[in-house]
Design a protein around this ligand. Structure first.
Ligand SMILES: *Cc1c(COP(=O)(O)O)cnc(C)c1O
Length: 477
């Protein structure tokens, strides 16, 4: 037995032998030698393990230089591929945190080319010919859209909450309802952020009920802020009570204490006029008297990752002067994406049409039905033994911790297992180039057309047709 293995080990081709194979010689024209060598060593290591574990046939046919060089080529493809890649989101979750949350509007993409490829007036006041502030590029439009007195932006909403607390409440007390001590995906927890900011959290009320008097009772000389957190990713239903923002504002005014609301998603349009569940808007929070509001740029707003802080001028200015603002500052490319996205909100009809996140959320069931039909027709000739295809009704989700109870009625393409199992199909599509991310439900693979872009239909069709002729063994990969 051991001698068999030794014979196999001897048969492993040498690195030099591999390097002169035509396939690899050609690969060397388009890949650095170091990378080709890395691929060779990786494959040879794998082969040694396979021999050790008795996974190579005694004949050792797989160890000829020809098949090994093909294997090296495959590995080379894998390791030279960029890590961050486009994927097809067929999950039906519109603001999918793991898949990059919001897709940017076309207009924003166009702008990248010109701004990123040249110098800009990022921090240069063109009128005065002097150093300027990067924040001016969005401050005006944010104030215009929200009627806030002042505006500031940072890297993301977690940073917005952190810097606001650090500026206004470090070493002092912040009052917050127990029902609002939320955790957002990716381990953002209100109590943790509070601790990091140096503010002391004073919890009031209970998980399901908090009354105005609960806040009143704890207000003292150390109280620096009343905080309201929008419970964006869940809803407490039944016997519940929270103090409305307007009541908190009155209480704050009586005691000279500012009120801040972390809106989380922060939408600028009223979704109820599009037949969806009502989500409090940024404008409403400010109109009700919140001294500060914070929200994300890439959730319901549909722009780039960013944290937006709006509110009272003196407070926003104090935040801007905080040295932390340099550490949390927004990048140039993000800033331009945010400005372009916000400009679309000047006309809500345009925002609804051009901001993909808004468009996908508001698309009607009828539109989904037609979209699914179009995709289905492209697939109609892929009759096969691997699976069958059906169209069924289902629901998409807004995601990103927004509108948690909103079900968006949609139309799904559903792959029903025959020769391939649903898990094999899901994994095969995920390994496809580009990866197609689906969801598994009731032992079926679901593709929700809401989040598949029209321009992606061709590649989705190709993926499903390839899956139709995939061998079960191959699909197990
Ligand atoms: C999402 C969310 C955050 C974090 O925002 P990021 O932009 O992801 O940093 C904070 N607070 C609430 C209520 C949220 O929903």
């Amino acid at each position: 037995m051991a001698t068999d293995k030794q014979a196999l080990f001897k048969k492993i081709p040498a690195v030099d032998q591999l390097l002169i194979r035509p396939a690899l010689e050609k690969a060397l024209e388009s890949h650095p030698k170091g990378l080709v060598l890395k691929a060779i060593h990786q494959v040879l290591d794998e082969i040694r393990t396979e021999i050790q574990e008795g996974r190579i046939a005694e004949t050792g046919d797989e160890l000829e230089t020809e098949p090994v060089s093909w294997r090296v080529l495959e590995t080379l493809e894998e390791i030279s591929m960029p890590s961050l890649r486009n994927v097809i989101n067929a999950t039906g979750v519109v603001v999918h945190t793991n898949l990059g949350r919001s897709i940017l509007p076309e207009r924003v993409i166009d702008k990248f080319r010109s701004i990123a490829g040249g110098y800009s007036n990022l921090e240069f006041d063109l009128g005065k010919g002097k150093r300027g502030s990067r924040y001016v590029h969005v401050e005006g439009i944010l104030r215009e859209l929200s009627s806030a007195e002042a505006a500031m932006v940072v890297n993301n909403n977690a940073a917005a909450v952190l810097i606001a607390l650090e500026t206004l409440a470090k070493g002092r007390e912040v009052v917050v309802s127990r029902g609002q001590l939320v955790e957002i995906g990716g381990s953002f927890r209100i109590p943790d952020v509070m601790r990091k900011s140096g503010a002391k959290m004073v919890e009031v009320g209970t998980t399901n009920k908090t009354h105005l008097k609960d806040y009143e009772e704890v207000i003292g000389p150390q109280t620096s802020l009343l905080l309201k957190v929008h419970t964006s990713n869940f809803q407490v239903v039944g016997f519940t009570e929270e103090v409305p923002l307007s009541e908190l504002v009155k209480l704050g005014e009586r005691h000279g204490i500012p009120v801040m609301e972390d809106l989380g998603s922060g939408c600028l349009v009223d979704f109820s006029s599009y037949g969806l569940v009502r989500e409090p808007t940024v404008q409403e929070a400010l109109a009700q008297g919140a001294d500060l509001v914070t929200f994300s740029g890439d959730k319901l707003l549909g722009g780039p990752q960013a944290g937006i802080i709006l509110g009272r001028k003196d407070l926003v200015e104090a935040i801007r002067r905080n040295p932390l603002s340099r550490a949390l500052r927004i990048d140039k490319l993000t800033l331009l994406a945010l400005e372009e996205t916000l400009r679309l909100y000047r006309d809500h009809r345009i925002a609804m049409k051009e901001i993909p996140t808004l468009k996908m959320i508001c698309q009607s069931y009828d539109a989904m039905k037609k979209k699914a039909q179009r995709l289905y027709r492209l697939l109609s000739d892929s009759k096969n033994d691997n699976f069958s295809i059906e169209m069924i009704d289902g629901a998409s989700k807004v995601g990103g911790g927004a509108l948690p109870l909103q079900e968006l009625k949609s139309r799904l393409l559903c792959l029903i297992p025959k020769r391939l199992s649903s898990h094999q199909m899901e994994a095969w599509l995920r390994a496809y180039s580009p990866p197609v991310i689906t969801r598994l439900e009731k032992d079926r693979v679901m593709l929700d057309v809401r989040t598949i872009q029209e321009k992606e239909f061709k590649v989705v069709t190709r993926a499903i047709k390839d899956l139709a002729i995939a061998e079960p063994l191959e699909a197990r990969r």
